[in-house]
Write a protein that binds this ligand. Structure first.
Ligand SMILES: Nc1nc2c(c(=O)[nH]1)N[C@H]1C(S)=C(S)[C@@H](COP(=O)(O)OP(=O)(O)OC[C@H]3O[C@@H](n4cnc5c(N)ncnc54)[C@H](O)[C@@H]3O)O[C@H]1N2
Ligand code: MOO
Length: 652
C-alpha cells in the first residue's frame, strides 16, 4: 500500500458527506443506537433511557393525608356552620383521628380537616373531640393513592435524557435501576511530531516549532460533554506505521476513532492513506470552512467509523460539533443538539468563498433595538475566537458573503438573556478594556470588544452597531483628542466624550536598544526598519502629527507602509527581528520584554452615544469609571495615568 502523500482533497457538500458516512455505517450495523445497560438510579444522571419505564409501584402507595389535621368522614361534617358548629369525638375508629402530613388516612375516612380549622375540646367525661365550623367535601386534603404515579403507568419514554427530577420519579415508583444506553466509547488520537504536552512545555520551555498539544483535550471534553466516554491517547509522532498501529488498536476497543491532524496534504499527513489501507475512505475534504480536510471512513474487520479531524484547533473543535456530536447523539437516541438562534445585523462586510459553507465566530449584543453580531478572527488557529464567541453565523456555500448591516441568523453559544446584558465595544483596543470587562462581570454585565481602530469605532457608533467606542485620535491642528473627529464624523448624534485614561506611547525597540534609537528623528536613519500601524489607527495619526512637526516625510522612513493592526502585532514584529522599531504603547513592549522609549502621554476616551450613556445597561460602567477600584487597577499597569479618569471631555 502506498504511503505517499495524498494531494487530492475533495469538496463534498456536508449533506452528501453525511449520507455517505451513514450509509457505510448502516451496512455494518454501526449506525444502530447503543444497546441498553442497567445502572443504579443514583448513577443515571445525564444518561438516556434505552426502554420506556413503567411504574412498579403507585405513588403514593396509599391514601395519604396532605395536611396535619384530623381524618374524618366527609358525610359526618355535613351541616357544620359558623353559627352551628359540629363536634366530632377523637378516636382511632373515628369520627375524627389525628394524622400528620403524609400519614395514611384510616380506611373509614375520606377527608382531612386542617388542624387550624378545628378547635380542640376536652369533654367532661375525659374524652376529647374537635369542633368544626364548616363541612368538607370528600377527598379534601387527601392525596389519593396513585395521585402521582399509578403502578403500570408510563413514567418515562425511551430515549429520554435523565434529569435530576426524573431520577426522583424513577425511585419514587420503585426502580432502583434503570436501563440506559451504553455510552459510546470514543478514541481520541493526537498525531504530530511537533506536539508537546503542556507539562513538558512548563518543564522544558518551548523550542521553535514546538506546539502545545490541546486538541485531544478539547475533543475528549466534547465527547464527555455529549455523553460519550473518551480515551485520550498520548501523542503519536508523524510515523505511518505507529499511527496505523494505534488506529487499529483503538478500533478494537472503541465505537468511534478520532485521528487528529495529518488530514491535509502535507509531507506527513498520513491519515487518509491509513484509512485506505485499513478499510474504506468515504470522504476526504468537505465543503466547509474551517474544517475542510475532514476525513470520513470505516475500519474494516472491526467495522468502526473513523474521523480524521483537521489539526488547526478551531477546525478541530468545529469538526467535533459538526460530525462527532450528531453521531454520539444519534447513538444515544437523542436528536442532534440545537442551539438557540437569533437574528442579528452583522457589523462588517464578510467575503466568503463560493462552494464552501463557512462558519464565522461572532460576539453578539443588543444595541438599542437592534441585535448586532461582530465577527471575530477567522483564523483556524485562533482558539480564543471560539472562547470569546457568543455564537456562530453560517455563510452558505452558494453565497459570496454578507454585506455590513445584513441580517444573519446566529446560533448562540449563550442564552438570549446573556446577550441582553452585553455591552458592545467597537474601536481602538487597549489592555484596560480587559480590566474593565473583569470588573463589569461583577455587576452582571458582559463586555465584548472588537478591535476596529479609533475611526472604525466612530463609524460603528454612526451605524448604531456599538454602545461605545474607545478612541485616541489626535487633532494636529488643536493638539486635542477626539473632539474634532466626533464633530466631523458623528454630526447630529448626541454623544458624551468620557476620558478613560492617558497612556504612554513611544517607540518599541529590542531589549538593550541595539540600534541606539533616541526618538522619531532617528526613523530616517539609513537601513533602520520601521513597522507602522494601519490607517485610521490613533497611533498612526499620532505618528503623522509628530513627523509633520519634525518635517519628516513618510517616504524618508523605511517600513512606513508596512502596517500592523494591533500594538501587540507591532511588538511581535520588533521581537522577531522583522523591524527595528515601531510606535505603540508601553504595555505591549512590557508584555514581550522589549525596551520602550517614551514619546507622549496620549488621551484615550470612550465615546458613548447619549442614549446608551443614560441607559441602565451602561450604569455599572459609569460607576466603575467614576469609582476608585478600577482607577487603582489601571494605575498599577505600566504606562498609564488615571488622574483624568471619568472627566467629561465634551458632549454634543
Ligand atoms: N497544501 C495544503 N495545505 C493545507 C490544506 C490544503 O488543502 N492544502 N488545508 C489547510 C487546512 S484548511 C487545514 S484545516 C489544515 C489541516 O491540517 P492537518 O489536519 O494536516 O494538521 P497539521 O498540518 O498537522 O496541523 C495544523 C496545525 O494545527 C496544529 N495542531 C495539530 N494538532 C494539534 C493538537 N493536537 N493540538 C494543538 N495544535 C495542533 C499543528 O501544529 C499545526 O500548526 O491544513 C492546511 N494546509
Ligand atoms: O478547513 Mo481549514 O479548517 O479551513 O482551516
Amino acid at each position: 500500500m502506498s504511503k505517499s502523500r495524498n494531494f487530492f482533497l475533495e469538496n463534498i457538500p456536508l449533506d452528501e458527506a453525511w449520507s455517505r458516512f451513514i450509509t457505510a455505517m448502516e451496512e455494518v450495523w454501526a449506525w444502530d443506537e447503543m444497546p441498553g445497560e442497567e445502572v443504579a438510579v443514583d448513577e443515571a444522571l445525564g444518561r438516556v433511557t434505552a426502554k420506556p419505564v413503567w411504574a412498579e409501584l403507585s405513588s403514593p402507595a396509599y391514601h395519604a393525608s396532605a395536611m396535619d389535621g384530623y381524618a374524618v368522614r366527609s358525610t359526618d361534617t355535613i351541616g357544620a356552620m359558623e353559627t352551628a358548629p359540629k363536634r366530632l369525638a377523637i378516636g382511632p375508629a373515628g369520627p375524627a383521628t389525628y394524622v400528620d402530613t403524609g400519614d395514611p388516612i384510616p380506611a373509614w375516612a375520606d377527608a382531612v380537616i386542617m388542624i387550624e380549622q378545628t378547635q380542640h375540646i376536652d369533654e367532661p367525661d375525659g374524652g376529647e373531640s374537635i369542633e368544626i365550623h364548616a363541612g368538607v367535601a370528600p377527598w379534601t386534603a387527601v392525596r389519593p393513592m396513585g395521585e402521582d404515579m399509578v403502578a403500570t403507568e408510563l413514567v418515562l419514554p425511551a430515549n429520554h435524557l435523565l434529569k435530576p427530577v426524573d431520577l426522583g420519579a424513577l425511585a419514587g415508583c420503585g426502580h432502583a435501576f434503570v436501563n440506559v444506553r451504553r455510552k459510546p466509547r470514543v478514541a481520541v488520537i493526537p498525531t504530530g511530531t511537533e506536539l508537546v504536552t503542556v507539562e513538558q512545555a512548563r518543564r522544558c520551555g518551548l523550542k521553535s516549532g514546538d506546539i502545545i498539544e490541546y486538541n485531544s483535550l478539547v475533543l475528549s471534553s466534547q465527547v464527555r460533554q455529549w455523553g460519550g466516554i473518551p480515551t485520550r491517547y498520548p501523542v503519536v509522532p508523524d510515523d505511518y506505521e505507529l499511527i496505523k498501529a494505534t488506529v487499529l488498536e483503538a478500533a478494537a476497543e472503541h465505537d468511534l476513532v478520532l485521528v487528529n491532524a495529518g488530514s491535509s496534504a502535507g509531507s506527513e499527513d498520513f491519515t487518509s492513506s491509513i484509512v485506505v489501507e485499513l478499510g474504506k475512505l468515504l470522504v476526504h475534504g468537505v465543503a466547509v470552512r474551517p474544517g475542510h480536510p475532514v476525513i470520513l471512513g470505516m475500519i474494516a474487520g472491526f467495522n468502526r467509523p473513523v474521523i480524521g479531524i483537521p489539526g488547526y484547533p478551531v477546525s478541530c473543535a468545529l469538526t467535533g460539533e459538526t460530525f462527532v456530536e450528531p453521531l454520539i447523539s444519534h447513538w444515544l437516541g437523542l436528536p442532534p443538539r440545537e442551539q438557540p438562534r437569533m437574528q442579528a445585523s452583522i457589523t462588517r462586510k464578510l467575503l466568503s468563498p463560493i462552494g464552501e459553507d463557512e462558519t464565522v465566530r461572532v460576539t453578539v449584543g443588543r444595541v438599542g433595538e437592534r441585535a448586532v453580531a461582530a465577527p471575530l478572527s477567522r483564523g483556524a488557529g485562533v482558539i480564543t475566537s471560539l472562547v470569546r464567541a457568543d455564537g456562530i453565523v453560517r455563510i452558505p456555500r452558494f453565497s459570496e458573503g454578507v454585506e455590513a448591516g445584513q441580517e444573519v441568523t446566529v446560533e448562540l453559544y449563550r442564552t438570549p438573556a446573556e446577550v441582553e446584558r452585553t455591552l458592545v465595544h467597537i474601536g481602538s483596543h487597549d489592555l484596560c478594556l480587559d480590566l474593565l470587562a473583569q470588573y463589569l462581570a461583577d455587576s452582571g454585565r458582559r463586555f465584548t470588544s472588537a478591535n476596529a481602530g479609533s475611526l472604525g469605532g466612530l463609524m460603528a457608533l454612526k451605524r448604531g452597531d456599538a454602545h461605545l467606542a474607545g478612541a485616541h485620535l489626535l487633532d494636529p491642528a488643536t493638539g486635542d483628542y477626539n473632539v474634532s473627529y466626533i464633530q466631523q464624523y458623528l454630526p447630529g448624534l448626541p454623544v458624551v466624550l468620557l476620558t478613560f485614561m492617558h497612556r504612554q506611547q513611544g517607540l518599541i525597540v529590542p531589549p538593550g536598544n541595539p540600534k541606539g534609537i533616541g526618538g522619531l528623528a532617528d526613523l530616517t536613519r539609513e537601513g533602520l526598519r520601521f513597522v507602522n500601524r494601519q490607517r485610521g489607527a490613533g497611533t498612526r495619526v499620532l505618528l503623522d502629527y509628530h513627523l509633520g512637526k519634525l518635517g519628516i516625510a513618510p517616504q524618508q522612513i523605511l517600513g512606513y507602509k508596512r502596517e500592523e493592526y494591533t500594538h501587540m502585532a507591532v511588538a511581535v514584529a520588533v521581537q522577531s527581528g522583522l523591524a527595528d522599531c515601531g510606535l505603540g504603547i508601553a504595555a505591549a513592549a512590557r508584555a514581550l520584554e522589549l525596551d520602550f522609549i517614551p514619546l507622549e502621554m496620549e488621551r484615550y476616551d470612550l465615546v458613548i452615544p447619549r442614549i446608551h450613556y443614560e441607559s441602565d445597561l451602561l450604569r455599572p460602567l459609569l460607576e466603575l469609571i467614576n469609582g476608585q477600584e478600577l482607577r487603582r487597577a489601571v494605575a498599577e499597569l505600566p504606562g498609564y495615568d488615571t488622574s483624568h479618569m471619568g472627566e467629561i471631555a465634551g458632549q454634543w
